[in-house]
Design a binder for this molecule. Structure first.
Ligand SMILES: Nc1ncnc2c1ncn2[C@@H]1O[C@H](COP(=O)(O)OP(=O)(O)OP(=O)(O)O)[C@@H](O)[C@H]1O
Ligand SMILES: [Mg+2]
Length: 591
């Protein structure tokens, strides 16, 4: 049921986007196309006039001046259509510079609005991958359709009128030209749409394995593990599978095209025969015969061009363009509520959550109330559901069952724009942006751009700006690829923390951004953090229970459930899971 958006709907939608991007220029391209098409038709007419005048002059029936006029007219029309041809091509090509950025914006806008949880499904990743390709191809598709309608249609329309006036049966020639084109178009479209669907997951695999081999982030580990051969094998297998699919489709479509060309050729000779008999019977003039003879040749080569280049390319790309449209149609996060106040605290009412396509519950009937200004630590073993809880808490994901309330409002009802306002966070998988230190921090709140605020954030994260690591201070580029420096894992985490602190917020979430910082340092950072953000609500996810101590309350999770909540002392007295984990880690903090 996937490929149901019809071609005309697709064209209509792209047309609207392009018209929004550059209405005047696009209309001018269409107008030039029509005049260009008609000029080609006029050429046939001028040719007939010229040949007839020559024939009359040769037989002594006509005057030579008429021949000169005919020649002048033919020359003028030919030059005119050449100039128009150049203009039309130039203007069409310029569209490729003007429009793509605008189409890209549609993808970005959409990506920002679809349910974030959709990113957990591989199918969606495929769709985004295909959509990006489709956005690029959609302009090409529109241009082909527009050229067909504004240039080829007026030309063939003119020729139909011309041939009909000459001898109605000659119109058949046009039918012979068109039928194979349509059949080819239909089959091609279907075959390529299927190819696109089948090869997108393979393309993703190929890209990923290539990254594992060559990408800077991966290659150190790949080398060290001696895994180069392993990835290369995976890469080649996926690549071959993809090539095989492509090859078989190309073979089929080319064989079909050859068949269709034979049919067209048959029509070509049929028309020549018709023309010849009409001339011999005196039904048409010698000038008309020569003009049509020349034009038929032209019409067939134009048709060949349309089939092989335009329609061929278009139907090939249609699959990806459809994916672009499908992506744009994905459900978006709805919700009207514009203002969320964290002063009302946060509540989990019997919340359960399963990741898309997964049977097991990552969160299982969770109840929790967080008061405004409270610092909560979440602890528990790997896979206990800590990160999932945090993602629901900030409204990134919506619960499968139950209700998450942010400031008294159901997170389902909060608008996508306002949901993250007032929230900041540093997550387990934070980003290492290839930007300067200053930009790496500022990026979290671009409206602020405040130097003192920046320095405070960096201090809070305990990032030391020594001359050796940061030779240009805040302007040091944090990427070797851009002539900058490389940071250690711990230094990167501090940059990420500074970024999290810099953003204006009422709620801050720290999902283990400190794993690469040693336990004592981590505790120190958190202590400082707790002092400095006393009035803000803070959620800290950590495996180090020494750091959890600084929280007002500690939430202990196990297999998607909250098994205990309390202060450090309370939990130690309970002698439950928390006490057990704390004892195991106690030697880190001894002395
Ligand atoms: N994208 C996903 N799709 C399906 N299941 C997932 C996905 N992400 C996490 N899970 C599952 O949800 C459960 C909770 O994961 P979560 O990431 O919340 O654990 P965690 O407590 O943060 O663990 P860690 O300490 O390792 O970070 C795990 O069983 C995990 O397998
Ligand atoms: Mg986690």
């Amino acid at each position: 049921m996937k490929n149901q958006i019809s071609l005309h709907k697709i064209v209509w939608r792209i047309l609207k986007m392009v018209m929004a991007a550059c209405p005047l220029y696009f209309s001018a391209v269409c107008l030039i196309g029509v005049i260009h098409g008609l000029s080609w038709g006029l050429n046939t007419y001028a040719m007939q006039f010229f040949f007839d005048s020559v024939a009359s002059a040769v037989t002594g029936q006509g005057r030579l001046t008429v021949v000169y006029w005919g020649l002048a007219a033919l020359g003028a029309v030919s030059i005119g259509s050449q100039v128009l041809n150049g203009m039309h091509n130039f203007m069409t090509n310029t569209l490729y510079n003007l429009v793509p950025g605008h189409l890209g914006k549609h993808i970005h806008r959409k990506a920002a609005r679809i349910e974030p949880v959709c990113y957990e499904t591989p199918e969606l990743l495929d769709d985004i991958n295909k959509a990006q390709k489709g956005a690029g191809n959609s302009l090409g598709l529109l241009i082909v359709v527009v050229v067909l309608f504004t240039f080829y249609l007026p030309y063939f329309g003119f020729m139909a009128w011309y041939l009909y006036r000459l001898k109605p049966i000659l119109i058949v020639s046009l039918v012979f030209i068109f039928i194979p084109v349509f059949i080819t178009q239909l089959i091609r479209g279907a075959v390529h749409a299927r190819l696109e669907d089948e090869s997108a997951p393979l393309r993703r695999e190929v890209d990923y394995y290539e990254k594992c081999i060559c990408d800077r982030e991966y290659f150190k580990e790949t080398r060290l593990l001696g895994a180069y051969g392993f990835f290369k094998q995976l890469y080649l297998t996926a690549l071959n599978a993809m090539q095989e699919k492509k090859w078989s489709v190309e073979l089929k479509t080319h064989l079909m095209e050859i068949g269709m060309k034979m049919l067209t050729l048959l029509g070509y000779f049929g028309v020549l025969y018709l023309l010849f008999t009409a001339l011999m019977n005196g039904e048409i003039s010698i000038g008309s015969f020569a003009a049509v003879f020349g034009s038929i040749e032209l019409m067939f080569s134009i048709m060949d061009e349309i089939v092989s280049h335009h329609i061929g390319g278009m139907t090939k790309d249609l699959g990806t363009v459809r994916n672009f449209m499908r992506f744009l149609d994905l459900p978006e996060r709805t919700g009207e509520l514009e203002r969320v106040s964290f002063e009302g605290g946060m509540r989990f009412h019997d919340v359960s959550f399963s990741y898309p396509g997964s049977e097991t519950k990552a969160l299982d009937h969770v109840n929790l109330t967080i008061k405004p200004g409270e610092t909560i630590a979440i602890v528990g073993q790997n896979g206990a559901g800590k990160s999932t809880l945090v993602k629901l808490l900030v409204g990134l994901y919506l619960p499968t069952e139950g209700v998450v309330e942010i400031g008294g409002a159901d997170s389902r009802k909060i608008s996508p724009e306002s949901i993250y306002k007032g929230t900041t966070g540093v997550f387990q998988k934070y980003q290492r942006y290839k930007l300067t230190l200053q930009e790496n921090v500022w990026i979290s709140d671009l409206e602020a751009q405040d130097q003192t605020h920046l320095e405070t954030a960096v201090k809070k994260a305990d990032l030391e700006l020594d001359q050796e690591t940061f030779p240009q201070g805040y302007d040091t580029m944090l990427s070797r690829e851009f002539d900058g420096v490389d940071l250690s894992g711990g230094q990167w985490q501090r940059v990420a923390l500074a970024r999290g602190f810099y953003r204006r917020h009422d709620l801050i979430v720290l999902d283990e951004p400190t794993a690469a910082i040693d336990p004592l340092e981590e505790t120190r950072i958190y202590q400082k953090f707790a002092e400095l953000s006393r009035d803000k609500t803070a959620i800290i996810v950590t495996h180090r229970l020494g750091s959890a101590k600084i929280a007002d309350r500690i939430v202990v999770m196990d297999q998607g459930r909250i098994v205990a909540v309390g202060t450090h002392e309370q939990l130690m007295r309970e002698r439950g899971k928390y006490a057990e984990m704390y004892q195991a880690q106690a030697q880190w903090y001894a002395g």
